[in-house]
Each structure stands twice: as structure tokens, then as C-alpha cells.
Design a protein around this ligand. Sequence first.
Ligand SMILES: C[S@@+](CC[C@H](N)C(=O)[O-])C[C@H]1O[C@@H](n2cnc3c(N)ncnc32)[C@H](O)[C@@H]1O
Length: 501
Amino acid sequence: MNELKTNVLYFGDNLEILRNHIPDNSIDLIYLDPPFNSKKDYNILFKESSGVESEAQIKAFTDTWHWTQIAEDIYHDIVVNGPLKVGKLIGALHDAIGNNDVMAYLVMMTARLIELHRVLKSTGSLYLHCDPTASHYLKLVLDQIFGPANFRREIIWSMETSSGFKSQANMWIRGHDTILMYKKGKNYNFYRQFLPLDERTVRRYDKVDDEGRRYKIYYERGKEPRIVYLDKSKGRPVTDVWTDIISFQTVNRGPEYLGYPTQKPLALLERIIQASSNEGDIVLDPFCGCGTAVVAAQKLNRRWVGIDITHLAINLMRNRLKDSFGIKAEVIGEPKDLAGAKSLALEKPDGRYQFQYWSLGLIGARPLGEKKKGADKGIDGVIQFIDGAGGKPKRVIVQVKSGHVGANAIRELKAVAASEAMGVFITLEPPTGPMKVEAVDAGYYHSPVYNKDYPKIQILTIEELFAGKMVDMPPQAQTNVTFAKAPKISKKEGEQLSTGI
Ligand SMILES: C[S@@+](CC[C@H](N)C(=O)[O-])C[C@H]1O[C@@H](n2cnc3c(N)ncnc32)[C@H](O)[C@@H]1O
């Protein structure tokens, strides 16, 4: 295996990427937030507004969490080749639970957790984000893989859920996620984190010395009383119940929310990373979605590795890292030539969508996702720009075709683009003569700011994009679209705020 590459995103199945690209004992901190084993969560996540399951997500989730031949094969592999204790547990659970979705989920997670344990340094820790539908099973598995003595904490992330759809349930309102924390070895990194003191505690510092400093007398059994100054207090050490970080499940989501359904708040990842790693360390998120862990790692001057199985997530992360820090992330596992692009488009069952998300990324377009409504129906992606007084955003709309194309497709794009600034047609197959004529016939978009004409309809082939051709348009100053633009983030300066114990 080659040396570990850092500050990269991998497209693909994390099991395969872990096995082929991530060396033993190379990672300092792992955070994983896999899809939960909850039918309800799937439905919220992966059904379009019509209630039809989103094809693009089917590969990632259905294959992974149903009892298929792959699950059966991995089950055998764990029992036969896995660590003995883990094989025993999985065999016993299989006896008890049977061949169903829960068991498929556990088998798939177990195979990945064995690899994650392998790649973690002895000073490293793993944080597994889950919910009550799976946490009890996963803890059994983690106890076998890491050893029960290496279990550190069950963190309860308590969320404000008194509003929003979750508060409608005629039941105790579900108000928390569970994060299981394990260390690998005896000496592991941990730095306590602190919250501001609460008012009641502050009031106890009720004396003031000659210099105006507030203090209290602290009594400890068997010791002399001592003076404790308020301005010396680090605050309240954070416990294993976290109530101060607001989830995106609430109504008021704020500018940080990009629109990715399972997006976690940066504050949550920053806390984990600051507590369990040092600057320069390597943070791995093998299910990284829209990349909250990698963004938090970058902000806190850590190195990072992110893996996701959908081009939608990879594309979002690429945009997020660019918008937040101005960095162009390297993505490993994307098509690198025409043949690779063709085989991506042919992949079953959702190659068409994967191709779409990937190729939108080539021109910096943002995917509209799968919930296209009304006028946006025929649009796959958008590039926004500001051009002219008033700053009202204009759109370059993008259509992507991986299959056969003809002049009709350009006529349709012209109709949709009529009320927009420009239209771009990305195609895997070369355009026909009549297609080119249709495109030229659309005329120009005139930029008042740059006093320049840009072809209103542009056809770009994948081959041309590989050769570096880009959309001919006014310079971008993008604004929000379906998946919002991430706010700029300044990297943290200075040293660790908290102290190690
Ligand atoms: C719950 S989301 C993670 C959200 C993330 N914590 C964030 O803040 O955006 C789970 C992610 O895992 C990805 N995924 C599912 N199965 C995978 C696999 N086998 N390999 C890699 N990624 C996978 C999905 O595409 C999805 O983006």
C-alpha cells in the first residue's frame, strides 16, 4: 500500500478505499456518521417529494443495508477471517437476529469498523455517531473490536426539538443522538473542553479583592482553604451530555446549513476534533456527506481524509472547501479520462445520476438535487453570477446528457434557458451538426458589466472538459442555489485553547 495521502476526498465505497488506500496505524482521529438503520430516516432522506425513492441514493443505501449476496459474503468473511471475538459475536447475533436488514447493517458496519480500528494510531480515538435504533448493537461490536476497556464515553447530543416536524410525534419527542467514543491504546490524546460558567456559579465569586478581582474561598476536605479567582476559571468542563449545540433539525437553520439532509453542525465536529487531536493530526471521516468533519479539520489546522460513495456529496464538498477556504480539493476515484466517464455513466443502478453530479463538478456548477420543481424541472445544475447594478443573481442553467443526443435536446434547453442568462449542455457523446446549428441560433447573452457577448447556448463535451475547456461566461460571484454556498471560514490561529489532562 502506498503512503497515506492527506487533504484528499475519495469517491467510492469506504470499505474498498480503507482496504486499498489507508495504511495501518496512520490516522489520529476518526468520526463516522453512517446512515442509521432506521427506515424512517431513509424515507425522509431518500424519497423525492413525490414519494418515489431517489435513484441516486439507492446504490449507497439499499445495497448496503439489505441482506444481499454481498452481506452474506461479508458475513462469511467476518466469521472466517475476522478477529476471533468479533466473528463469534457476529455469528451469535446472526443466530438471534436472522438474515434481515438489521443484520445486514451490522455486518456491513462491522467490516468497516474492523478496518477503521486497523488504520487508527494507538494514540487515536474513534467517534461513532448513531441513534437508538442501532447504538446498542454497535456498542457490542465496538466492544469486541476495540476491547471493552477502551470504551470511553457514550455522548448524548441533546437537540432542541420542541419545534419542527419531530415535535409532531404523539410520543416522547426524540431529542438526542448517541456518539460512542473509543480509544485504541493506553495513551491517547484528550484535551478537556470548557463552557462558560453558569450564572449561579459566577454568583459564588461574591468577594472582591483590592485590585477589583472577584474570588471565592474554596474548601477541600483535608486541605487549607484557598482563594479561587473568577478570571482564572477555565469555565465548566464539558460533560458527556451536550446540550449547547443546535441541530439543523430545528426550524432556524442559519447560513451554515447547505441543504444536505443529514448535515451536522460544525460546532459538533470542532468540539470532537479539539478534544481528541492536535494541530497537524489526521482526521478521517469515511461517511463524510457534505463534509462537516473535513471542514472543521481544515479550520482547526488538522489534515483530513474524506470518503463518500456519491458524486453529489463529493461535489458539495468540493464546492464547500472552495467557498469556505478557497482550496481546490483533490478527489481520488473520479473518472480521469473518457473511458472512465463512459463506464461511470453505465454503472448500475444510478450511473446516470452519478455521471451528472460528477460532470457538474467539472464546471463548478451546483446540482439542483432531486427535488426539482416547476420551471427548474429540466435543469440539472446551476452556476449563479452577479452581473450589473442591483446585484440580482443571474443563472447559467446546465443540462447533462450521458446518452444519445440530438437537436431536440438543444431546442428544449433553449426553451428552458429563454428566461435565464445562459444555458450549458454537457454531453458525453459528440454533438451532431444540427445540434451545433441550434445552439448558434440562440444568439448571445450581453453582459452590461463586462460589455461583452457570450454565446447564449454552449455545448461542452466531456472530452473538451478533460482538455480544460470551461463555460464562457462573466466571472462568477456565486450566490445560494438549492445547495447553498458555504460561508467563508478563517482558519484558527494560535494554540489549543484547552489543557490536556
Ligand atoms: C449521514 S450522512 C453523513 C453526513 C455528514 N456527517 C455531514 O455532516 O454532512 C452519510 C453519508 O455516508 C455516505 N455513504 C453511505 N454508504 C457509504 C459507503 N459504503 N461508503 C462511503 N460513503 C457512504 C452517504 O452517501 C452519505 O453522504
